[in-house]
Design a protein. Structure first.
Length: 166
């Protein structure tokens, strides 16, 4: 049975996703890519950390009612579960899958498109969690802010392609 997530829980997932994304892009930046692609990955790693700061700020604005636990959790297992949910995202794939993804990158536009794909996956993921929030209007609105931030990042990435004529 799926239990409803509230804004506080979704933001915890989002914070973990941004942390995972930052580590992913840092690893990618150290890969055997041309300097232009390595710099893109460093930039993306920095942006993931900026996202984490933005999400932390948004989480601080969530009311206690929309941040409290939605289930009885006497053993404090919810945070472990939320981390597990976040770790199922593409940024936390095994090394073989990461090597496969990275091995196919031959150009700057391909690297940007891969990052855009990750952002789209995050948007879809958070929209689904918004749906699971059910009738909790405040949680839905707060999760909507998170989705808006991810959309802004997606537009930034698209601008990288547009600025290069791709």
């Amino acid at each position: 049975m799926i239990f409803p997530f509230n804004a506080g829980e979704v933001f915890k997932i989002a914070l973990q996703l941004e942390e995972n994304g930052g580590r992913f892009y840092e690893k990618a930046a150290a890969g055997p890519f041309p300097a232009e692609i390595q710099e893109l990955f460093w930039q993306l790693a920095r942006e993931e950390m900026a996202h984490k700061a933005a999400f932390t700020h948004l989480l601080a604005q969530v009311s206690p009612a929309a941040a409290g636990s939605t289930v009885w959790d006497p053993d404090n297992e919810l945070d472990q579960y939320l981390k597990l949910v976040a770790d199922m995202h593409v940024f936390s794939q095994g090394q073989a899958e990461l090597d496969r993804l990275m091995g196919g990158l031959a150009s700057y536009p391909q690297a940007v498109k891969m990052a855009m794909s990750f952002e789209k996956d995050s948007i879809i993921f958070f929209l689904e969690l918004m749906h699971v929030a059910g009738d909790d209007q405040e949680s839905r609105e707060q999760i909507g802010k998170l989705v808006d931030e991810e959309r802004r990042h997606l537009r930034q990435l698209a601008g990288l392609l547009t600025g290069r004529g791709q």
